[in-house]
Structure formats: structure tokens, C-alpha cells
Design a protein around this ligand. Structure first.
Ligand SMILES: CC(=O)N[C@H](C=O)[C@@H](O)[C@H](O)[C@H](O)COP(=O)(O)O
Length: 228
């Protein structure tokens, strides 16, 4: 992929602008506004779900977009851009990078991670690949496949990864120590201290979602604090 875009992400904050159908801010218009706010605040990139949101965000701001397409298929637990079909749609919407599930769980179409990566390279050679992993072993495997980025996104969301309150800083540190593929820290980054800890652990960039773009969850935390 374009190395200039990789450089733009370095040492920066990526804001994940996602709202599912059952959330108050669902809709491409809201997500595009969130992306503009993130850009105004100095974010270096946006992470966004669905082709329609990616397209609206590309029109609304100038930042590189890490696109994903959450889709559930019967019989598979993999839901982040599970097959080549979703990858194609995300690329067509204008994302420079696609985030794919890179856990060891079986994909809905039976393809292995290696096969999916190979297919993306053959069909969409300009597209960067970000591997969403939940463990060190999955991160190493993704690095071996030559992806552009590995992210700690899935740590805490597979049955075999640790359930932590904050980000999995240790996973980021172990993968970053390999000095092989840029490692993004993602998942449950709630505070500036979390963010600093991830950079200190060697993160190439940090992805913050809920703490910036899910007001109902932010409200819940304050409400809980008010009652305690
Ligand atoms: C596990 C999973 O499906 N994570 C998703 C990945 O795109 C999103 O729901 C998260 O919001 C995103 O990773 C950012 O994390 P946080 O919102 O915790 O800052």
C-alpha cells in the first residue's frame, strides 16, 4: 500500500466512528459528522463500519479510512469483514485500508486467513490490510502473512483471550517488540493514560472508539459515578 498513508498514521490517534442499527447515532450522516469532529481534533485516521458509512466519511473529511464491514453469517463467529465480498465493497467505498478478522476461528466461507489475504493481494493490490487479532499467536501469524498492520481489536472478544477492563497493553507490547509489522492498540481505550500506556508499549498508532463516539456509553459511566 501507499507508504505515505502508513506514515500519516504513525504516532497518531485514529478515531473509530461506528454506530450499529440499534444505536442512537446510527446513520452515515452522523458518522460523517463524527469523522469531521475527529479531524478537527487532530486525529490521523478514521475507522468505520459498512460501505455506506465509509463513503460518507470519505466525502466529509480528508483523513485515511480503515474500513470494515460487520456482517454475521450463520454458523460462524467471525463478523469483521468475514469474506472477500465484504472486502470488495469496503474497497469500492474508498477505504485505503481494510480491517479483517484475523482470529483463528473458522470463516463463514471456509477460506483460511492466508487465502483471504492472498485473494485481496491479487484483486486489490493497492488496499492495505489491518489484521484484527486477539492473541500474540494470531498477531505473529498475521505478520507472517505480510499484512500492513496488526491491531489488538479482538483481545477480550474471543473465548480464549483475556477479559480486561482496559486495553490489552501487554499484547501490544509483545507484538511491537518483534519490530516487524506496525501494531495498533485498540479496544477499551478510555482515558488519556490508557492512550499513553499504549504508545509507551510501542503502539504505532492508537484507535479510540467508544470513549469518543458512543455518547450513550460515555453517559453511562458518568451516571454510574454519580450514583456511587
Ligand atoms: C470487538 C469489536 O467488534 N470491535 C469493533 C471493531 O471495529 C468496534 O465495535 C470497537 O468499537 C472498536 O474496535 C474500538 O474499540 P473501543 O470502542 O473499545 O474503543
Amino acid at each position: 500500500m501507499n507508504t505515505e498513508i502508513m506514515e500519516r498514521l504513525k504516532n497518531g490517534c485514529v478515531v473509530s466512528c461506528q454506530a450499529l442499527e440499534d444505536e442512537p447515532l446510527f446513520g452515515a450522516h452522523h458518522m460523517a459528522a463524527m469523522a469531521r469532529a475527529a479531524e478537527a481534533g487532530g486525529a490521523v485516521g478514521i475507522r468505520a463500519n459498512t460501505p455506506v458509512d465509509v463513503r460518507a466519511i470519505k466525502e466529509a473529511c480528508t483523513l485515511p479510512v480503515i474500513g470494515l464491514y460487520k456482517k454475521e453469517y450463520p454458523g460462524s463467529d467471525v463478523y469483521i469483514t468475514p469474506t472477500i465480498q465484504e472486502v470488495r465493497e469496503i474497497a469500492a467505498a474508498g477505504a485505503e485500508i481494510v480491517a479483517i478478522d484475523a482470529t483463528e476461528r473458522p470463516r463463514p466461507d471456509g477460506a483460511t486467513l492466508a487465502e483471504l489475504v492472498e485473494r485481496i493481494r491479487a484483486e486489490l493490490p493497492e488496499l492495505g490490510i489491518l489484521a484484527d487479532v486477539s492473541t500474540y499467536e494470531e498477531g505473529v501469524r498475521a505478520m507472517e502473512l505480510g499484512v500492513e498492520f496488526v491491531s489488538s481489536t479482538m483481545s477480550g472478544y474471543t473465548p480464549y483471550s483475556p477479559k480486561l477492563e482496559g486495553p490489552d497493553v501487554e499484547l501490544v507490547a509483545r507484538l511491537a517488540a518483534l519490530e516487524r509489522t506496525p501494531v495498533l492498540a485498540e479496544g477499551r481505550i478510555w482515558t488519556v493514560e490508557d492512550c499513553r500506556a499504549c504508545f509507551q508499549a510501542g503502539a504505532y498508532a492508537v484507535v479510540i472508539g467508544t470513549a469518543i463516539t458512543r455518547p450513550q456509553e460515555i453517559t453511562k459511566r458518568f451516571v454510574a459515578a454519580a450514583r456511587s
